[in-house]
Design a protein around this ligand. Structure first.
Ligand SMILES: [Zn+2]
Length: 355
């Protein structure tokens, strides 16, 4: 029987040497140690031995069993280490390796226009400010003189954050996607010392029917000046300078009186349409950008209502505040001769690659 145990050990050693996976190791363990395995098979003969022989073979068999178990355990660890070493080698990333790039990316027409506007305003002494796209109701509406149930809220209907989150909150603290960049004006007023001279470019959202000039999200740029003796003439002069630099020297501006809830007086400002060259027609068809009028509404301008100033802790007797908001998308369409600003959001490479 001792010979049988020695032969089994030799057989086991030769087989484990050629075992190269965890799966085969399990098969080997089953083959040698399990109830139906080779060791058990040999031990079935132990009952025929004399008591003295049993005293020798019993411990020997047990020693072989422990030996096989240890060998399998060691081999298992070794296989695992080899597997991870191989994975490390195969999946190694050479961060210094450079692949030649066939197509280089470039800026989107809206980004180009926005950056250009920022540059022009910085050259005129303005600071560029930023704010969150998910805003609180108070900054988007209440502090701008648009309380709950005000009709202007219908005009600026927007996307609100889910009811499960907003229902927990009190009125004024509910979250929404900002409808304009004006909340940044409020934020700036509350934290900055006067005078203030900023521009705020950014993405805004409206719950709106889409057409050539309207999209449910678009880019806006607001200008804000708060100081002593600021007049509508300052606003007009700045605007003309900016639009002529941005579009072309012969650009004409048209100021129309208007009503905004948080402003007084207010004006809507149209720019002569570059798409149809002020004729209202493109290749004998009606120009969709200006609805064949020759004018495109690009801006809204206003002197801020004294109540808004007071709500932000500013002495409305001493200081005046001028602001305007412009549609960057529409300006980009005018600048690049694109007939509908909606096309900028349709991910058409053929269009974007031209700029
Ligand atoms: Zn036109």
């Amino acid at each position: 029987m001792q010979n049988k145990l020695n032969e089994l050990k030799e057989l086991f050693l030769s087989e484990i040497k050629n075992t190269d996976s965890q799966e085969n190791l399990e098969i080997l363990e089953k083959d040698f140690l399990w109830k139906t395995g080779k060791l058990k098979e040999i031990l079935k003969g132990i009952k025929d031995l004399t008591p003295d022989e049993k005293k020798i073979i019993g411990p020997e068999a047990n020693k072989l069993k422990v030996f096989i178990e240890n060998e399998i355990s060691e081999k298992s660890k070794k296989l695992e280490e080899e597997k991870f070493a191989k994975m490390e080698e195969d999946e190694q990333i050479d961060v210094t390796l450079q692949f030649p790039s066939k197509d280089k990316g470039h800026k989107h027409p809206i980004s180009i226009t926005s950056n250009l506007l920022e540059e022009i305003f910085i050259s005129l002494g303005f600071t560029v400010e930023d704010g969150p796209q998910v805003e609180v109701e108070e900054f988007n509406f209440d502090k701008l003189n648009i309380p709950d149930n005000h009709p202007a809220r219908d005009v600026w209907d927007t996307f609100w954050i889910s009811d499960e989150i907003n229902n927990e909150k009190e009125s004024g603290t509910k979250n929404l996607l900002r409808t304009h960049t004006s909340p940044v004006q409020v934020r700036t007023m509350l934290k900055w010392e006067l005078p203030i001279k900023i521009v705020v470019p950014g993405r805004v959202f409206r719950y709106e029917q889409e057409d050539a000039r309207h999209t449910c999200n678009f880019y806006q740029l607001e200008w804000l000046v708060v100081g002593e003796k600021v007049t509508f003439g300052d606003l007009k002069g700045t605007l003309e300078t900016v639009m002529k630099k941005l579009l072309w020297e012969k650009t004409e501006l048209r100021f129309r009186p208007s009503i905004f809830p948080f402003t007084e007086p207010s004006a809507e400002i149209d720019v002569s349409c570059q798409i149809c060259q002020w004729t209202g027609k493109v290749k004998w068809k009606k120009c969709s950008m200006c609805s064949a009028t020759g004018w495109v509404e690009l801006l809204g301008a206003w002197m801020v209502h004294p109540k808004v100033l007071e709500d932000c802790g500013i002495d409305s007797e001493k200081y005046s505040w001028f602001a305007f908001g412009m549609w960057i998308d529409r300006i980009a369409a005018q600048r690049f001769g694109v007939s509908s600003s909606r096309m900028f959001y349709q991910s058409k490479l053929k269009l974007n690659e031209q700029f």
